[in-house]
Design a protein around this ligand. Structure first.
Ligand code: GAR
Length: 221
């Protein structure tokens, strides 16, 4: 018997390669989820083309049309809630969110961030890891809380930094991992295995450590 599906709304701002990985996983049957809408704050983002090509509903809510962060987030929330998603998925959505917005989706909003959080919150993570002389870098899926890039970690994947690494080459390596771990973490949520309680992430009722579960290549469970 097939698993029941959960519904997703995916928020993007750019290329949408993580969105594509999620679309692919829903289409090939590995992710029991249905994308009800893709919402973007930039009307020319390539991710909107990916969504349309997959036959998905798209919405543009441009932050430029609003006087304040609060007003934009209220409009965004209204748009999302029309679709009543079980989970809101931030996939390269490059906006700082207001506390009210984040609280509204508490325990049902995930983000992917290109660093081994809590290291390198914010922007230019690949460059910062190289400049710091780190031997490794990576990506984290985490629940979203009011603290920027600070919610409890769910799943991390690591890549090594080579001697001749550039921010661009490192970003490419990290993206390959992103496309593996985001559908995997969303699947855990869809299966009812992943939850957030009191600012802690739980997988199969076990509290996840500060860095979250560590992804190994080939892991698909
Ligand atoms: C990804 O690397 C994602 O981790 C990052 O933006 C990129 C989006 O790529 N997100 C953040 O930096 C959030 N703080 P994509 O549009 O191709 O999925």
């Amino acid at each position: 018997m097939s698993q029941p599906e959960i519904s997703l709304v995916v928020l993007i701002s750019g290329s949408g390669s993580n969105l594509q990985a999620i679309i692919d996983a829903t289409q090939n049957g590995t992710l029991p989820a249905r994308i009800k809408a893709v919402i973007c704050n930039k009307e020319d983002a390539f991710g909107l083309t990916r969504a349309a090509d997959a036959g998905l509903v798209t919405e543009v809510v441009s932050h430029k049309g609003f006087d304040s962060r609060e007003a934009f987030d209220q409009a965004l929330q209204k748009t999302i809630d029309q679709y009543a998603p079980d989970l809101v998925v931030l996939a390269g959505f490059m906006r700082i969110l207001t506390p009210e917005f984040v609280r509204h989706y508490s325990g049902r909003m995930l983000n992917i961030h290109p660093s081994l959080l809590p290291k390198y919150r914010g922007l230019h993570t690949h460059q910062r890891a190289i400049e710091a002389g780190d031997a490794e870098h990576g990506v984290t899926v985490h629940f979203v809380t009011e603290e920027l890039d600070g919610g409890p970690n769910v799943l991390q994947a690591r890549v090594s930094i080579s001697d001749d690494e550039t921010p661009e080459s490192l970003a490419k390596k990290v993206l390959i991992q992103e496309h593996q771990i985001y559908p995997r973490a969303i699947k855990w949520f869809a299966q009812g295995r992943l939850k957030m309680t009191d600012n802690q992430a739980f997988l199969d009722h076990n509290v996840l450590s500060e860095s979250g579960q560590q992804h190994q290549s080939g892991d698909t469970d």
